[in-house]
Design a protein around this ligand. Structure first.
Ligand SMILES: Cc1cc2nc3c(=O)[nH]c(=O)nc-3n(C[C@H](O)[C@H](O)[C@H](O)COP(=O)(O)O)c2cc1C
Length: 362
């Protein structure tokens, strides 16, 4: 898509407006929506806007560096790509386009278990740094098999999503009877299983996936089991509370992601930025703490870092970039946010991220 400079989006919100023009209603609603009344969906963004920054002046900010190390890997910015489902609804190249942008931007893409491209195809098509997001299946052999595939394909971490024993109720998807178009499947499970799921009558293929395949009985013991069979660093995504963050440390996680799943699971949980400080305190630097939910501005990234996150992940804005213009669109989103982080650092008086302390916010 060719746009003149004056037509290009100048902030992340504008990407959503342009993406909406390229998406059918079902897909747009699926990407945008949150659970139930979307109280938490609004709160995730609003909570950042309520936090104020208190900059230091007369600091030499002529050289600024926003690189950061996450699980031992140096990234060009403190922003990763969150796992999100069904990228081929947004663009024909789907997850491969997103991975290409991650590689070009120098960051990590977390590949979703609900991808419309197989983990093999994404790994083969790019040299992106990839983490694998896992849901734990009732069938433990299938679970083991997927973990081993991720390991042998060179995925660098296993990100287990722990806030989704069932799918949250997103009412627009219920109204739209959301399901994947016939030419797309969930490419992480075998073809036949994917076809059976898509064909299941009277329900969306996503609900069928969750209810039939995923295990609602998982506990911390299952994390121990995965720890014992998996050679990759383990990241637990969807931690809401300080006590669970301590359990994550005790059960051998290497990192946690403070997340409410982009407000798509349990409505009326707090905004993620409000859950972060007690969790960061409880973890006490024993493992790495990341967060996602509602990041739309460079100042949001700085606020999250000052409240205890090492880096943040970006969900919907990546999908808007992808729908707007494939890999180039995702690149534009990442580049824009990186530039906003850079300007925020200069204006806050923090030349490097190690200088971000919690007295920067009130
Ligand atoms: C359309 C969509 C699909 C998602 N799919 C997954 C998924 O497959 N696995 C997962 O762990 N989280 C999933 N998430 C949650 C994201 O990883 C992330 O937590 C959330 O989008 C962050 O909030 P943000 O969209 O405000 O940036 C999804 C979110 C969206 C919006």
């Amino acid at each position: 898509m060719k746009l003149s400079p004056s037509e290009l989006p100048i902030n992340l919100e504008e990407f959503e407006l342009l993406a909406a023009q390229n998406l059918d209603k079902q897909s747009y609603d699926y990407f945008r929506g949150g659970a139930n009344d979307e109280v938490t969906l609004r709160a995730n963004v609003a909570a950042f806007q309520k936090i104020q920054l208190l900059p230091n002046v007369l600091v030499d900010v002529s050289k600024r560096d926003q690189s950061v190390t996450v699980l031992g890997e140096k990234l060009t910015m403190p922003i990763l790509i969150a796992p999100t489902a069904f990228h081929r609804l947004a663009s024909p190249e789907g997850e491969i386009a997103t991975a290409k942008a991650a590689s070009k931007a120098g960051t990590i893409m977390v590949f979703s278990s609900l991808s419309t491209t197989s983990p093999e195809d994404v790994a083969a098509a790019t040299d992106a740094s990839l983490w694998f997001q896992l849901y734990i299946y009732r069938d433990r052999e299938l679970t083991r098999d997927i973990i081993q595939r991720a390991e042998s394909l060179g995925y660098k971490a296993l990100c287990i999503t722990v806030d989704a024993p069932l799918l949250g109720r997103r009412e627009k998807d219920v109204r739209n009877q959301f399901s994947l178009p016939p030419d797309l499947t969930i490419a992480t499970v075998g073809d036949q299983l994917a076809k059976d799921m898509a064909a299941a009558a009277g329900n969306s293929s996503l609900n069928v996936y969750f209810e039939n395949l995923l295990d609602q009985s998982i506990t911390w013991e299952d994390i121990d089991w995965i720890r014992s069979i998996c050679h990759l660093p383990i990241v637990l995504k969807g931690i809401h509370r300080a006590d669970d963050s301590k359990r994550a440390v005790d059960h051998g996680a290497d990192a946690i992601i403070v997340s409410n799943h982009g407000a798509r699971q349990l409505d009326t949980v707090p905004a993620t930025i409000d859950m972060l400080p007690p969790i960061a305190e409880a973890v006490d630097n024993k493992i790495e703490v990341l967060m996602d939910g509602g990041i739309r501005r460079g100042t949001d990234v700085i606020k999250a870092l000052s409240l205890g996150a090492r880096a943040v992940l970006l969900g919907r804005p990546i999908l808007w970039g992808l729908a707007f213009n494939g890999a180039d669109g995702v690149m534009l989103v990442l580049d824009l946010l990186k530039k906003e982080v850079d300007l925020s650092m200069a204006l806050c008086g923090i030349p490097t991220l190690s200088k971000v302390k919690n007295d920067l916010v009130i």
